[in-house]
Design a binder for this molecule. Structure first.
Ligand code: NOJ
Length: 720
């Protein structure tokens, strides 16, 4: 790779020799594989493509090279193309959806998974992926929660940074790495009502404390690009937002890569009501610091006349072009523009890649209930497998899968059929997760009755989550609750496995289930991972990265909320019987007709054993050191995700009742114990005070070390 100094010298040299049209060409990205693009590329007027090739192209590498050759060998300056694609959670080997990866609370899962995705994608001619997505969201109605890491900024930061490391490696120019693109900058996950693309209102303190940190963590991890988002943020759309892009990202954080707009989001400044026409949109995008325009041609059409009018500064264009060239150099595209066409077969879907996907799926499943039924090992011979998601290879891959293929996916049914000693009888009960009819119930009932136990696979099809797939109701779709009731009535021990792209409202499901395993959309190797967990070959260790609402009406429900002036100290029973007198002593923040607490809190997840926490010690010196003893009190080995929460009791801008500061996965044999130590540096206690200033304020802090956001050993310290 060229030294930084040499890179900057070459950038300067190129800039001096580029025409305006060639400069604008570097700032434009088009989609698909059209022969007509070659003419633009040859003239130096198109610098990037997305979705040029995918895994379904038998000769993806060759096509990529064919287009690259036009750029490198037939254009005047020979500047290579940068080819992007949405490789969100795997390329051919599909990893669990990012929300499931986050459930592992294990950054190495995300890092290894991204490395697998990078290896396969790069071998198919892709240089750059539009991931990770690190949008915090407190609203499971939003379809895109599947693509992110949930509601917490610390967890999302750790997972996002790990994905960046996995995609890029230490050297993103290596032939098995791709450039990362952190998205969607910023606040996109706070869409009103969970409606995709919707308006967001986020005060500066909240933006800086919750929504921005994951982006900053990814930038610090070396992410080469950032994608501006679709949302209107406090009245200024994020793809025209000078404050977030130029001031915070580029100036405050010193980001030296480039910003690409989201799909047509420059032109969308017009319907937002921020710009009158494409000319104004081009000016707003370039002024804000969106360096590359995806899809639309506002920059291309208007840059010249805007420059002539004096409204657009040549310095903005030159800066944007420099950033794009810098990243093309950093990805090694000037030195090695071509893809090794022979590599795809060797690296795609390799045993190693599938093993990574299997471990990720295993660690991403969360056990939410177990009355002792799981693991099934040794207890069950005849097992009924029921439900529309037991054998749904496409659906188990989840949303945002462009390249994963049905035939490569191992479903739970296929995996369970391979378990020695299990006699599997299968009946789907419903042809799809959204079927409303009951025509297949009869056979499912029969199969259930004849078995020693039943595992029923319910949930959402892949298409029910993801971009533009928000939901207003979060129940199990179709006739699934009805099917569950019928199967439960068979009276056999009943395990429910849910595959979904978001937390759902469970309704009566929990009462029927003897055990509930939340598998999200677990990807290519979801089947074997789930079979390992059900049979006890492996133990569940996942934890929830998002709170589960007990009802949609509770949303937003998230753990790091403010206390209010009237917190409900003692939970009020749900329901208000007729004739209940008005009781001013109970004028607390709550509902009269629904639970106050989530059904399952953030961080929650069971294992096949039990853990006891004791002996919390807190010492406050230069750093705050928190120690706690964890003991495996059960009869099986297990992994506990030990979580550290803090509350700054009184502050100049009020702080949440708890904030996750750190976590560790600890694996213990039965009876074994370990002392877990967390070290908090002062900066981890900081927040953004009035006026956006980052401050650490002295005073009393509470500390908890525990298994989730609502439990734990409590301690405190005073910061002087
Ligand atoms: C729109 C999506 O919002 C974004 O996540 C994606 O990367 C782009 N389209 C490109 O496909």
């Amino acid at each position: 790779m060229l030294s930084t100094k040499e890179q900057e010298r070459r950038i300067g040299q190129l800039l001096r020799s580029m025409t305006l049209a060639e400069k604008i060409g570097q700032l434009w990205q088009l989609t698909g594989c059209k022969a007509s693009y070659k003419k633009l590329i040859r003239k130096g007027q198109l610098g990037s493509l997305l979705n040029l090739t995918g895994s379904r192209d038998a000769h993806a590498g060759r096509i990529a090279n064919e287009f690259q050759r036009v750029a490198v060998e037939e254009s005047r300056l020979g500047i290579p193309l940068i080819l992007g694609r949405d490789v969100i959670h795997g390329f051919r080997t599909i990893l669990p959806i990012p929300l499931a990866q986050a459930s592992s609370f294990d950054p190495s899962v995300a890092e290894e998974g991204a490395a697998v995705a990078a290896r396969e994608a790069r071998a198919h001619g892709i240089h750059w992926t539009f991931a990770p997505m690190v949008d915090i969201s407190r609203d499971p109605r939003w379809g895109r929660v599947a693509e992110g890491c949930g509601e917490d900024p610390v967890l999302t930061s750790r997972m996002g940074a790990a994905m960046v490391r996995g995609f890029q490696g230490g050297r993103p120019d290596k032939p098995d790495r791709v450039g990362a693109c952190v998205k969607h900058y910023v606040g996109y996950g706070a869409a009103e009502g969970g409606r995709d693309y919707n308006t967001t209102w986020i005060p500066e303190g909240l933006l800086r404390d919750v929504y921005l940190p994951p982006f900053h963590a990814c930038v610090k991890a070396g992410a080469v690009t950032v994608m501006s988002a679709f949302n209107n943020l406090n009245g200024v759309p994020t793809s025209g937002n000078e404050w977030t892009l130029r001031q915070i990202l580029k100036e405050e954080w010193g980001f030296d890569g480039f910003v690409v707009s989201d799909w047509a989001s420059i032109q969308e400044l017009i319907p937002h009501g921020y710009c009158a026409d494409k000319r104004e949109a081009a000016l707003a995008g370039l002024r804000a610091g969106v360096d590359m325009e995806m899809l639309t041609d506002c920059y291309r059409e208007n840059a010249e006349s805007l420059l002539r009018s004096g409204k657009l500064k040549m310095a903005w264009i030159d800066e944007a072009v420099s950033r794009v060239l810098r990243i093309k150099m950093r990805l090694g595209l000037f030195e090695n523009p071509y893809t090794d066409e022979g590599r795809a077969a060797e690296v795609t879907l390799s045993d190693e890649n599938r093993a990574v996907a299997r471990r990720a799926a295993l660690e991403g499943c969360v056990l939410l209930k177990n009355d002792g039924l799981l693991p099934l090992a040794g207890k069950i011979r005849k097992l009924a497998v029921i439900g529309p998601l037991a054998d749904a290879p496409v659906d188990q891959m989840g949303c945002w899968v462009m390249d994963g293929q049905e035939q490569d996916t191992v479903t739970p049914l296929a995996a369970l059929r391979k378990v020695p000693g299990l006699d599997i009888r299968y009946a789907p009960g419903l042809a799809s997760a959204r079927e409303n009819g009951t025509r297949l119930f009869g056979r499912a009932r029969k199969v259930a009755r004849a078995a020693d136990a039943v595992v029923i696979f319910l949930g959402e099809e892949a298409v029910m989550s993801g971009e533009a797939h928000s939901r207003a109701f979060l129940g199990l779709p179709g006739a699934q609750q009805q099917l569950l009731r019928e199967i439960a009535a068979a009276g056999r021990p009943l395990v429910v496995v849910v595959m979904a792209g978001r937390p759902l409202e469970l309704g009566p499901l929990l009462e029927h289930a003897g055990a509930l395993l939340w598998a999200w959309h677990p990807g290519t190797m979801g089947g074997p991972a789930i079979a390992d967990l059900l049979t006890g070959k492996a133990s569940p260790s996942g934890r929830l990265p998002m709170s589960f609402p007990s009802t949609v009406g509770q949303i937003p429900v998230y753990y790091n909320k403010m206390n209010t002036g009237r917190p409900q100290e003692t939970l009020r029973p749900v329901g208000l019987p007729i004739g209940t007198p008005l009781d001013p002593s109970d004028f607390t923040t709550s509902y009269i007709d629904a639970e106050q607490r989530p059904l399952f809190p953030f961080g929650f997840g069971l294992t096949y054993t039990t853990f006891q926490y004791s002996g919390l010690k807190v010492t406050c010196g230069r750093d705050v050191v928190v120690r706690c003893c964890i003991r495996n009190t059960g009869r099986r080995a297990g992994t506990e995700v030990v979580q550290l929460y803090v509350r700054d009791v009184a502050a100049s801008r009020t702080r949440p009742i708890r904030e996750l500061k750190d976590f560790q996965r600890v694996t213990l044999k039965p009876g074994a114990s370990a002392e877990v130590e967390f070290r908090l540096v002062r900066d981890q206690l900081a927040f953004h005070g009035v006026g956006g200033r980052r401050v650490v304020e002295p005073g009393l802090f509470k500390v908890w070390v525990g298994p989730h956001a609502e439990q734990g050993q409590e301690g405190q310290f005073t910061l002087r």
